[in-house]
Design a protein around this ligand. Sequence first.
Ligand code: F3S
Length: 641
Amino acid sequence: MGLNLTQKILKDHLVEGELNVGSEIGIKIDQTLTQDSTGTMAYLQLEAMEIDQVKTKKSVAYIDHNMLQQSFENADDHKYIQTVAHKHGVYFSKPGNGICHQVHLERFGVPGETLLGSDSHTPTNGGIGMIAIGAGGLDVAVAMGGGTYFINMPKVVNVHLTGQLKPFVTAKDIILEVLRRLTVKGGVGRVIEYTGEGIRSLSVPERATITNMGAELGATTSIFPSDDITKEFLKAQDRESDWKELLPDTDATYDEVVEINLDELEPLVALPHSPDAVEKVSEVAGIKVDQVAIGSCTNSSYMDLMKVAKILKGKTVHKDVSLVIAPGSKQVLNMIAENGALGDIIASGARILESGCGPCIGMGQAPANNAVSLRTFNRNFKGRCGTTSAGVYLLSPETAAISAITGELTDPRAVEGNIEVPMPERFLINDNLIVDPSTNPEEVEVVKGPNIKPFPLNEALKETVEGKALIKVEDNITTDHIMPSNASLLPYRSNIPHLANYCLTPCDPEFPSRAKENNGGMVIGGDNYGQGSSREHAALAPLYLGIKAVIVKSFARIHKANLINSGILPLTFVNVDDYDKIDVDDVLEIDNAIDQVKNGEVIVTNKTKNETYTTSIDLTEKEKNIILVGGKINFIKKQNA
Ligand code: F3S
């Protein structure tokens, strides 16, 4: 039986397991990327693992998220990332070089290789034929150290494209159509693989727009074949030698199939506040617009901005609209500056932002209250833009540009003339904002400003685990409760000792000081403890405070995994009524902890009340070994020793 492209690349990289849907597989990672908001922690973890030189084919550290340097914290982070990258064999993309996914596509992505990135839109590089997956910083650090990356084998969904896009209908409209049909949950546990004659007319940057927003489907990743179009792109980037043909077998099979006829598509828009609230532009046109933002890792390629420039040329941005444009990379900005398109954009009244994430991550350009903001970005959740009452609409650069002129949401088919832009035969190549890894790493000093604190490490599990119940919380505690992440705490993501002072404070302001006074202890929780985000800091702050076990009615899956990675025992009450019997300050003890963890059942003794509670610890063999040595970093260190 033939293989699809996803199966082929995964098979080539398979280290453990078999390619059966749902079963765990371990794959080798060829490349990694980090960005600045997740990167500091990933490199602190890499240092804690005592890895001298990364073992990947290529790893790149980007600075693109937080470019505002209002105080020393971000500048310190950037300096730390630059020096730690230089020392450990990682390329460093300086601030201003562009958004990680755009630059990676231009200068680093290689068809057929695997890429793990500490950013959820890492699948962008599926546009060039990579298996590119977004993951937590620790997973990326482990991959840099040569460790295997584990996932459950996803289903492979074939999105089969027929026909050809009509003028002013774009790659963005294709992915919005996929979102409309599958919804923001439709990609969970799946890889989306694009095939069909319709892909022949899509350039690599257009394919990358589609794979980028596969993240909004919840997909593991999305991928296009590597064909002549991929070759043409790599040749124009002076990287033809990185190309190889990669197609699914002609008799490949898929778990699910979605058919889209490109001839039938129209310009689409995702309405506030979800990327799958998709309507035809023609049906909702006429909404008054306050702000238009063009850029982000979804739609800021050279071709995107050239089309925008053609629409804006000789026109004026509507008096009630603020148009901001952030080119995706220095390459894009430099090219449109050299060919005069930037002049046309500026002349129209647009404001040019530096090449970075900018407004997409809420770094500037928050809209006014109740404003309508049209954005070429990938996410429009309430408040992400910085203004909770604003409504963000997601659409193509063409629809955005024409609407900036008219002042209202406008169907781009109203534009007269042809704005098609061919792929340049050669992109402008100038890598002077990329710093190569050092050839003398032993001489490189890693610079850690006062905001960079060492990564907290746990100890191997002891025979007896003892501690007070330091806090007792209700059901549905989120990672935001455990480790709040507001604008004032964001600059401290590389400073766990500082963050720990805010751990669980929304539930109990005294918790951090009580934990410190008692040299740590245990946390008692209700159902669905740790729901919300995958925030690693929600396990690292408790680790820093000496939390040895978290005993709850039930865990949210990812938070439990993060506790395991930190070497904190995740225990679940067998009898949920036992939750009611424990009070704050009760002294709890686990005897014979190592054997009990191995057996999967852990008896907790309440020495204050002379009671015992049965808890379960449900771990895979690998997770047991991680807990026994005190967390994943110790586990990797041991493996590498
Ligand atoms: Fe940056 Fe927004 Fe993409 S934050 S990486 S441009 S999703």
